[in-house]
Design a protein around this ligand. Structure first.
Ligand code: ATP
Length: 285
């Protein structure tokens, strides 16, 4: 297995019809067993970067290695490097919101049939765990589901195979707080218990304060800061008497150090209400 989950060097990418590159001079090394959060404004380049890592766009300028492989090359080209136990593994999975537009999810097809068609019986234990975590009823029919229910099925499908590098692109946007918390917990558990890494681009920060190991800030296509979360970030009850969503950047040393007040959020209330609604215990989430 490669030393790093993801290794990127000197990566610049411009869409054919664009006037300037969407991703510029990216250098990145993500070790195994890490959860990385990608933060940036609309249009900053987060999705483009994640899609490049997944092999959805062909990168001509720069180096990308995911588990030591060029993600654009079909895995079969590297089959001699893959031992028999790993043949069923997926090196990388990209899950984004565009799935909503795929025709399969609006067809009159049962969820069980759909999951079986992509290998539920082969990955039974994992599949059943995902079905439970995401509270999926396998009798559901796809064309009759809400957006959030469809999203849960998408996630179960996307996570069914034990991927090595998971690229999540704002995919929790229509999950309720219980499903989102459980999913984040599941991803934390996976990254702690087997050799894999998650890269997650999001605009929803509720419940994420203690989740990542690393936070990457993308601006105008460039990575402008990378925080080693445990070393560079601390949470305080107040900073200079301010208790409400305050951040201080200490820049006296080369390495940034950031203090963040524990932010007031409706997340605990929404979580408590939905716990009541769904009968989920305090210990579980
Ligand atoms: N298919 C495309 N053709 C041309 N330009 C594109 C294309 N897709 C994205 N871009 C441009 O690339 C830049 C980065 O877009 P990207 O989707 O990566 O941003 P993002 O950080 O994911 O934004 P958001 O938070 O809104 O999802 C934007 O300026 C966007 O206009």
């Amino acid at each position: 297995m490669a030393e790093f989950a993801v290794e990127v060097d000197n990566l610049t990418y411009k869409f054919a019809e664009a006037t300037k590159p969407s991703v510029i001079d990216i250098k990145l090394q993500i070790p195994w067993n890490k959860r990385t959060l990608v933060v940036g404004a609309n249009g900053a380049g987060k999705s483009t970067l994640l899609k490049l890592l997944s092999g959805k766009h062909l990168c001509l300028n720069g180096k990308i290695r995911v588990n030591g492989l060029d993600p654009f090359s079909p895995l079969s080209m590297h089959q001699e490097e893959v031992n028999s136990e790993e043949k069923d593994w997926q090196v990388t999975t990209y899950l984004g919101t565009e799935w909503c537009h795929m025709s399969i999810i609006n067809r009159d097809i049962g969820v069980l049939e759909l999951l079986e068609s992509i290998g539920l019986n082969h990955f039974k234990e994992r599949g059943e765990k995902l079905i439970e975590i995401l509270d999926i009823d396998t009798n559901w029919r796809m064309h009759r589901l809400s957006d959030g229910q469809k999203r849960r099925v998408q996630l179960a499908m996307g996570l069914l195979k034990p991927w090595k590098v998971l690229l999540l692109d704002e995919v929790t946007v229509d999950l309720d707080v219980i499903a989102r918390s459980r999913l984040l917990q599941f991803l934390k558990w996976e990254t702690e218990t087997r050799k894999c890494s998650v890269i997650y681009a999001t605009h929803i920060f509720d419940g994420l304060a203690k989740w990542p190991d690393k936070v990457i800030h993308v601006k105008d296509g460039r990575i402008v800061s990378q925080l080693n979360y445990t070393k560079d970030v601390e949470f305080c009850n107040e900073i200079d008497g301010n208790t409400n969503g305050h951040v201080t950047f200490h820049s006296s040393t080369n390495q940034p150090h950031i203090s963040i007040t524990r932010v007031n959020s409706l997340h605990p209330l929404a979580l408590a209400w939905l716990r009541e609604d769904t009968g989920v215990s305090n210990e579980e989430i």
